[in-house]
Design a protein around this ligand. Structure first.
Ligand code: PMP
Length: 408
């Protein structure tokens, strides 16, 4: 008997131990998120269409991105050879940082191996160094933000999600002399709703707080040149630091911050997840750079994503299939029951060849289970119609309650 192994066997059982055949999904999913291409060696002629990919714009398959990766592999090989400070900084890391700083209109940018480590590493430093720093954090902030703030050791106040009045109360109650940092997202990862950024910027200015905005689900997709929601609102200069990922709209991997040079240099010098790990492979940096450059000049992908998301919002609305927010391309279809959510996902896969992973606790609170649907720029309007029809049939069959836009 091994008590540790026994513990985890029991734990998994309690979690419902969903084991999905990811190998099969991976084999049969087309090369594109919409799975329009048919894999030659697929065991069945039914293709799986993926509706939960974060490669929202299809940049992971874009010819210019693939070509950049291939050229960089030929020129520099497969790996970076070291950490950023010891042998692992390549030409492409530097170009990518310059491009990202320009995209956000900031003095400097710093690239990490992932968005998770960018949030964790940057917030540990930015919230943790100035004595007495008080952090104000949105209640729905991502796990990587929560972990970074924990690692900083800073005292924090949590404001209700997107609640400007609550944040005002908390700021007004705080000692005016203490350094302050407000941390929020622009498009929220699980609810898909958008922060009222202008009102948060007003508060930050009134109470002399620095701001850190996670635009992970917005960069590439919104704003001029894909610079995000703050840029769309024309207020990017009112925020201190932007954080983004290269793994979603930009279709590759890696994360970054962009902000004032002094802050970026401090993070570069002090952040352990930046310093003590191998840097991104040059080909990843090169392909991310190609994706950022492409999306700075092309509107086509953004337009297609907006059209697909808009149609999905309308079709779900007409069928009274409840979803959390119609403010972005993240369409969190509300099920509100663990077993029903798994069942709906299984029927989508088995009968319709549509893959949407059910989102259960701890990613969302128990009783708030969702199908987090992400239409992509590579789906067609016809795909969106078929998807909405499939959901409608499942709602009917399983008797899942209907409703409208719920709010987060
Ligand atoms: N921030 C948010 C809001 C996210 O949703 C995620 C990932 N889902 C991250 C940060 C981490 O990004 P990455 O996947 O690049 O590590």
């Amino acid at each position: 008997m091994n008590r540790l192994l026994d513990h985890f066997a029991g734990e998994l059982e309690a979690l419902g131990g969903q084991r999905r055949d990811f190998l099969e999904i991976g084999r049969r999913a087309g090369r594109f998120p919409s799975a329009l291409a048919r894999l030659q060696d697929a065991p069945s002629d039914v293709e799986i269409s993926v509706w939960c990919s974060n490669d929202y714009l299809g940049m992971g398959q874009h010819p210019s991105v693939l070509e950049a990766a291939k050229n960089a592999v030929d020129a520099f090989g497969a790996g970076s050879g070291g950490s950023r400070n010891i042998g692992g900084t390549n030409f492409y890391h530097v170009l990518l940082e310059q491009e990202l700083a320009e995209l956000h209109g900031k003095e400097a940018a710093l690239v990490f191996s992932s968005g998770y480590t960018a949030n964790d590493g940057a917030l540990t430093v930015l919230a943790g160094r100035a004595p007495g720093t008080l952090v104000f954090s949105d209640a729905l902030n991502h796990a990587s933000i929560i972990d970074g703030l924990r690692h900083s050791g800073a005292e924090k106040r949590i404001f209700r999600h997107n609640d400007v009045a609550h944040l005002r109360e908390l700021l007004a109650a705080a000692d005016p002399e203490r350094p302050k940092l407000i941390v929020l997202e622009s498009v929220y990862s699980m609810s898909g709703d958008v922060a009222p950024l202008a009102e948060f910027a007003d508060l930050a200015e009134e109470f002399h707080a620095a701001t850190f905005v996670d635009e992970v689900h917005a960069v590439g997709m919104y704003g001029p040149q894909g610079a995000g929601i703050a840029a769309r609102e024309g207020i990017a200069d009112r925020f201190t630091v932007f954080m983004g990922t290269l793994a979603k709209g930009f279709g590759t991997a890696g994360g970054y911050i962009a902000g004032p040079a002094d802050l970026v240099d401090a993070v570069r010098a002090l952040s352990r997840p930046f310093i003590f790990t191998t840097s991104l492979p040059p080909a990843t940096a090169a392909s991310a750079l190609a994706a950022v450059q492409h999306l700075r000049s092309s509107e086509a992908e953004r337009d297609r994503l907006a059209a697909n998301a808009g149609l999905l919002h309308r079709l779900l609305g007409e069928r009274r299939i409840p979803f959390v927010s119609d403010e972005s391309h993240i369409v969190s279809v509300f099920v509100g029951d663990d077993a029903q959510c798994r069942r709906a996902s299984a029927i989508l896969l088995e009968r319709h060849g549509i893959y949407v992973q059910p989102i259960n606790a701890p990613s969302v609170r128990a009783g708030e289970e969702i199908l987090r649907v992400a239409p992509s720029a590579t789906h067609t309007l016809g795909d969106v119609e078929k998807f909405a029809e499939a959901l409608d049939g499942i709602w009917q069959e399983l008797g899942i309650p209907r409703g409208g836009v719920r709010g987060a």
